[in-house]
Design a protein around this ligand. Structure first.
Ligand SMILES: [Zn+2]
Length: 272
């Protein structure tokens, strides 16, 4: 069994064939997926999907750094309610993105810190988005003692030294399709060297499809391609990486472990 710890089934690119994608995921052994929100609408959508597919889909809710300029007391109130929903297993994705800078950095810092506080208050782990802001992001996570709530650096793209620092802070590292890209030696070096209990797999679907699907729409059924690459890098069997990353995901997101996987095959499929 594999768990996709980061996908966006709440994205419009899955609006018409979500059920087909879910069937393909199940056939590929990907039995649980966390649907990650990035604004209020997508967070609500994530919770609704998790309600419809209990035991298979789980929600994470948050305002992404791209949308940090929309972080208001009203947004915080709505997000708090969504975060307390029983299908919600994490606050995310939150963080800093200095590559695009779609929101002013001041707003990004404010939304990031406030949502970390919310996660502490509600005892929820965090899913971190970080682009060209590793030193700043890791410094904040250290300040707020992220180890107390747990967190994952999703779609890891930092240096080996930054990966070690993240692991020291008690963070997990999410490896996705980029692990299979030709020019991703630094990512592979991090994947080879971090402690085994930090390893998670994810797709970030519909983005960043692994080889040989690069450039196409990504989907959770491709997680085995990422797990296979990770197994090669670590010198382990595929089954061992599957068991290890599943255990790590269940440790970080206790809401997953509580769900019976037999529920997934019995849950009614959505009518649309
Ligand atoms: Zn994402």
């Amino acid at each position: 069994m594999l768990i996709d710890t980061h996908c966006h089934f709440n994205h419009e690119r899955f609006a018409t064939d979500l059920d087909v994608c879910l069937t393909r995921a199940r056939q590929a052994g990907v039995l649980q997926m966390i649907v990650v929100g990035y604004d209020l609408t997508s967070s609500e959508h994530a919770v609704a999907l998790a309600e419809q597919h209990q035991g298979t889909l789980f929600a994470a809710v948050a305002i992404h750094p791209h949308d940090a300029r929309h972080w208001t007391p009203e947004a915080e109130e709505r997000l708090t309610a969504l975060a307390m929903h029983p299908c919600t297993v994490a606050i995310g994705e939150i963080g800093l993105d200095f590559h695009y800078d779609f929101s002013p950095r001041e707003d990004q810092y404010r939304a990031f810190r406030d949502q970390l506080q919310m996660a502490h208050r509600l005892h929820r782990p965090v899913i971190i988005h970080c682009r060209e802001a590793y030193p700043e992001t890791l410094a904040i996570l250290e300040q707020v003692s992220v180890a107390q709530i747990g967190g994952v650096m999703h779609c890891w793209a930092g240096t080996v030294e930054e990966a070690q620092r993240a692991a020291t802070l008690g963070l997990k590292l999410g490896f996705g399709g980029t692990l299979t890209f030709k020019n991703a030696e630094a990512i592979r070096a991090a994947a080879r060297t971090v402690p085994p209990d930090t390893l998670l797999v994810e797709t970030d679907a519909p983005y960043l499809a692994p080889m040989p699907h690069r450039g196409q729409r990504n989907e959770p059924a491709y997680v085995p391609l990422i797990a296979q690459k990770l197994a090669e890098l670590r010198g382990l069997h595929f089954e061992d990486i599957a068991a290890l990353t599943t255990r790590n995901a269940q440790t970080l997101f206790p809401g997953l472990a509580g769900a019976s996987s037999s529920e997934s095959s019995n849950s009614p499929s959505a009518s649309r």
